[in-house]
Design a protein around this ligand. Structure first.
Ligand SMILES: Cc1cc2nc3c(=O)[nH]c(=O)nc-3n(C[C@H](O)[C@H](O)[C@H](O)COP(=O)(O)OP(=O)(O)OC[C@H]3O[C@@H](n4cnc5c(N)ncnc54)[C@H](O)[C@@H]3O)c2cc1C
Length: 302
């Protein structure tokens, strides 16, 4: 019996749902990734705190994921314990013009909730296929909006299971970065979004318009992790990749989308190694031809 087995036994005792040898391809929008030896899905913060404390005692490190929409996981799987909140058990509540929400909630569900309450400010996020926690971690953004614009505070657990509260000013939000990017051992558990009163029909119209723009421009019929690269200073990754003639470039089952050069897609049973090699080739060619060094937005886990 090793430390993983002891943690699994503990989960059994406290009623924390878990799976062993769980294929990460089931938990990533790329549909790529080998097994996680132990995959935990706590249904509330108390259970999450208890398993984090136990994992810490056992000297096991825990990797948090949301909906896996910004992840590329090794074909060999993940050597750490993986923890993801179940989006179906996430609660949301309204306090005047604020939404207080658990981090496992799907961002789309939060957008729909806001629209139904007649609250505006979150429309930009409609169609980003992540969880609230992942969106905070990444300071996700689109169409001129970002999480920074709406976040008021965040709660998180440290590796010993202690709960903390951070106000917006301390969240260090900038382009695809947050306080949590430099503190990956902290588990975001809940957040408060400050929105404002708006017209329900207008909010719905804006959400539908942004969704239609995504469908028109993005290769949503193939698995991917969205934009593969961050936007380089003064340019766009997709424009540079297109300019270098790389649309349609393939390595194994991975391909640069013909529809949107910024997306690497899982075209045909791609492996993680296919995607990594394709990313390497794109970076090399773009650097050679334009001088720009593209930085990956997608996070690699092993
Ligand atoms: C088709 C498509 C379109 C996309 N469009 C956009 C877009 O317009 N704008 C944009 O910004 N992104 C976009 N993305 C990327 C992705 O959806 C976002 O980055 C999203 O915020 C990631 O959320 P997630 O829950 O999937 O996080 P994951 O991919 O699961 O994780 C991302 C990072 O967040 C950390 N994390 C997740 N949850 C927690 C938590 N509770 N506590 C601590 N750390 C946590 C993980 O450890 C990891 O480092 C797109 C992706 C796809 C597939």
């Amino acid at each position: 019996m090793d430390q993983f087995d002891i943690l699994a036994q503990y989960c059994e005792q406290i009623g924390c749902p878990y799976r062993v040898q769980e294929p990460m391809s089931h938990h990533t929008t790329f549909k790529i990734g080998g097994p996680a030896r132990l995959f935990l899905s706590p249904e509330n913060v108390e259970t999450a705190a208890a398993v984090l404390r136990k994992a810490h005692q056992l000297e096991l490190s825990v990797r948090f994921i949301g909906k896996g929409s910004d992840l590329l996981v090794s074909d060999r799987g993940i050597s750490q314990v993986v923890l993801a909140f179940n989006p179906d058990s996430a609660c949301m509540r309204l306090e005047e013009e604020r939404i207080i929400c658990q981090s496992g909630a799907s961002l789309t569900a939060v957008c729909v909730f806001a629209q139904k309450q007649g609250l505006t400010g979150l429309e930009f996020a409609y169609g980003i296929p992540g969880s609230l926690g992942g969106a905070i971690f990444m300071n996700a953004g689109a169409y001129g909006g970002e999480m920074k614009d709406v976040l008021e505070w965040v709660e998180y657990l440290d590796e010993e299971g202690q709960l903390h509260h951070l106000q917006k000013e301390k969240l260090e939000l900038s382009y695809r970065r947050s306080f949590f990017t430099s503190h990956p051992k902290f588990l975001i558990t809940a957040a408060c979004l400050q929105l404002s009163k708006g017209d329900k029909a207008e909010i719905l119209e804006k959400m539908r318009d942004l969704k239609a723009r995504r469908i028109a421009k993005q290769p949503l019929d193939y698995p991917s992790a969205g934009s593969t690269f961050k936007r380089p200073e003064g340019n766009y990754a997709s424009a540079l990749i297109d300019q270098c003639g790389l649309k349609g470039l393939r390595v194994g089952g991975a391909m640069v989308s013909e529809k949107h050069a910024g997306f690497v897609i899982n075209y045909d049973h791609a492996t993680c190694e296919d995607v990594r090699e394709l990313i390497r080739q794109i970076q090399e060619k773009v650097k050679e031809q334009t001088g720009y060094q593209l930085e990956c937005e997608v996070q690699y886990l092993e």
